[in-house]
Design a protein around this ligand. Structure first.
Ligand code: F6P
Length: 538
């Protein structure tokens, strides 16, 4: 594999391979050659520094890197998360074909379908008012209490599917900062509020602390007996949930083969289901399943997750770009960059290979972003003219949901396309100077100003287009990125499915709490930590 990476490096060093603007000028078919479609979804990677030799090498990398074999191992329930001895089967949660999926010889589909049906029935009862609060009033507000994978997916998807939201209002509390729950509770009437405690482990300190505050809110306003009417829970740790006092018909389970950041398809999606209804939730699963089949079956050059992963690897480990910007031209994908941060950085932010050796080259990039056009007026300056090359990933729907505001959608499309064109084409010194002199600036002054108005261009971007952000399209988009992260992880030769890197901070926080509470001294702490404790609590 390293030999292919080396070949890619020397091929990319060839100016022909890296001058994207020149490549467009010399090949009118470039867009057709370097774009791929799945259903109404289009992936345009023609504005990246790829050419036929690069693509051929990337195809070889996919084969020799063993991506197809690992993909089958994942889909068929092998314990590819070997540091935790777990299968990785979020794809089973949306296996709409219902074919058996075996984990240690047992088909998981009956249990998957059972939980989905129980969620559907609970969601319908909340939505219809058949299940009420303790005083008989209809539930108007649902608060999901969770963090990380037990929060980001439901928040992101509920915002994304706002046009389909016809259930109770949805709120999300994640931060252990009491401000989060306090500000949320201020908006709520205890009598009409349902809390969903979402935690895979049911031990996460943020979630357990916020859950206790929510419980105190209900018990304080309505009495202890009301608690059972106002809580539901989602977890793999059913015994711990029962100990919290939540009734068994309000507990929705999932399994240790579902990673937290891959769990939106499981009962963790309950707040989304209550918001948009079981049918729309089903279409969301359908979209993801369609992408799963595409990823499993399509040849590499037509396979969107494979191409996105290969280009991602190429950017990170061949061209050495340290980050990628996620730029949805879709206001409802406001939290998609944050969602992808966890998906990508918690999965591929690893320094050790599957053989326990240090990663050669790089593993995952820094992922960040904001919706366009807002980002244009904030950080795009650096993407266009800064000294760091940041591959940009644009995404946009052909249609919005506001036909009466079609003109605004046209403006959105024009801006999105203009940005990727500007990144690719740039503006030369001669062009900059010519523009200035055409406006009447004297030549010597134009010479002075023009360098500041130069755009180097040749900056890579990918554009993903889909018809409209429906539940189906959203499911497909998330699954596209999940599989992209998978492809990159296999090529980085890491385990994308554990997250030991978040443990140390948690352990130290547990040790520091008694110090912060004033129950223990700062002896044994490093001088900085001790100094900071003193500054904060005296
Ligand atoms: O941040 C670490 C992590 O374990 C994530 O992987 C996970 O999504 C999050 O904490 C929440 O965990 P839980 O669902 O168990 O509360």
């Amino acid at each position: 594999m390293q030999a292919i990476v080396d070949q890619l490096k020397s091929t990319a060093a060839d100016t022909q391979a890296t001058d994207i603007r020149a490549a467009f000028n010399s090949d009118t078919a470039r867009f057709d050659k370097f774009s791929a479609r799945f259903e109404d979804m289009l992936l345009d990677y023609s504005k990246c520094a790829v050419n036929e030799p690069v693509l051929a090498l990337l195809e070889r990398l996919f084969a020799e890197g063993g991506v197809a074999e690992k993909r089958e191992a994942m889909f068929s329930g092998e314990a590819i998360n070997f540091t935790e001895n777990r299968a990785v089967l979020h794809t089973a949660l949306r296996n709409r074909s219902n074919t058996p999926v075996l984990v240690e010889g047992k088909d998981v589909m009956p249990e998957v379908n059972g939980v989905l049906a129980a969620m559907g029935s609970f969601a319908e009862k909340i939505r219809s008012g058949a299940l009420t609060g303790a005083t008989g009033k209809r539930i108007t507000d649902v608060v999901n209490i969770g963090i990380g994978g037990s929060d980001l997916g439901p928040v992101m998807a509920t915002l994304a599917l706002a046009p389909f939201h016809d259930g109770p209002r949805a709120h999300f509390v994640s931060n252990v900062d009491g401000a989060h729950i306090a500000d949320t509770l201020k908006l709520l009437n205890a009598e009409t509020t349902l809390f969903i405690i979402a935690s895979k482990t049911f031990t996460t300190i943020e979630t357990m602390t916020n859950a206790a505050s929510a419980r105190a809110f209900i018990a304080g306003k309505l009495g202890e007996d009301a608690v059972k009417h106002h809580f539901a829970a989602v977890s793999t740790a059913l015994d711990k949930v029962a100990a919290f006092g939540i009734e068994s018909d309000r507990i929705f389970g999932f399994w240790d083969w579902v990673g937290g950041r891959y769990s939106i398809w499981s009962a963790i999606g309950l707040p989304l289901m209550i918001a948009v209804g079981p049918d729309n939730f089903g279409r969301f699963l359908d979209g993801a399943h369609a992408m799963d089949r595409h990823f499993r079956e399509a040849p590499v050059r037509q396979n969107l997750p494979a191409l996105l992963g290969l280009i991602g690897f190429y950017h990170r480990n061949v061209l050495g770009y340290p980050s990628r910007a996620i730029l949805p031209y879709d206001q409802r994908l406001l939290r998609f960059p944050a969602y992808l941060q966890q998906l990508d950085m918690e999965s591929n932010g690893k320094g050790v290979t599957i053989d326990g050796k240090p990663v050669e080259g790089n593993s995952g990039p820094v992922v960040w972003g904001e919706p366009g056009t807002n980002g244009q007026h904030a950080f795009y300056q650096l993407i266009h003219q800064g000294t760091t090359i940041i591959p940009a990933e644009f995404m946009i729907a052909a249609k919005g949901f506001e036909p009466e505001l079609r003109h605004q959608h046209e403006l959105l499309i024009a801006n999105c396309l203009a940005q990727s064109a500007a990144l690719m084409k740039g503006r030369t010194l001669q062009e900059a100077k010519a523009q200035l002199t055409a406006k009447g600036m004297p030549s010597d002054q134009a010479d002075f100003i023009a360098p500041h108005r130069v755009f180097t261009g040749n900056r890579p971007s990918i554009t993903i287009v889909y018809d409209q952000l429906t539940p189906y399209a959203l499911g497909r988009l998330i699954a596209l990125y999940e599989h992209r992260v998978f492809v990159e992880g296999v090529l980085f030769r890491i385990n994308s499915f554990d997250q030991w890197g978040v443990e140390l901070g948690k352990e130290l926080a547990t040790g520091l709490l008694p110090v912060v509470e004033g129950k223990a001294g700062t002896e044994g702490q490093d001088a900085s930590t001790a100094g900071l404790v003193k500054a904060l609590i005296g």
